[in-house]
Design a protein around this ligand. Structure first.
Ligand SMILES: [Zn+2]
Length: 101
């Protein structure tokens, strides 16, 4: 990947992140790393972890419990839930990243 001329818009996502929602503060700062991340499930289950990179908020979307649901349905429900929660938190999160310099 070419560097230096790239803007922060194309900064690589952390490993395992499957979706990102820019937070309200990230929008104001034009910093795409100020975001809520949805992490892919590496253990094979359908649960998805959602974390805010700036504040301590986090959420785990499990999908519905019960033997009457197919794995596919549970995975879809967990993903829908994860995206909705990430979107909702990103819209209202105003936490600022700590300056590194
Ligand atoms: Zn937050």
């Amino acid at each position: 990947m070419p560097s230096s001329t790239q803007t922060t818009q194309s900064a690589a996502w952390p490993e395992g992140v499957i979706a990102r929602y820019l937070t309200d503060a990230g929008k104001a700062l034009a910093d795409p790393t100020v975001a809520v991340d949805i992490h892919g499930n590496s253990s094979g289950g359908s649960a998805l972890r959602v974390t805010c990179r700036v504040c301590p908020w986090e959420y785990t979307a499990f999908g519905p419990f019960g033997t009457c649901f197919t794995d596919e349905y549970v995975a879809k429900a967990a993903a829908d839930d994860a995206h909705q929660r990430a979107q909702a938190h990103a819209e209202k999160c105003r936490a600022l990243p700590r300056p590194t310099a």
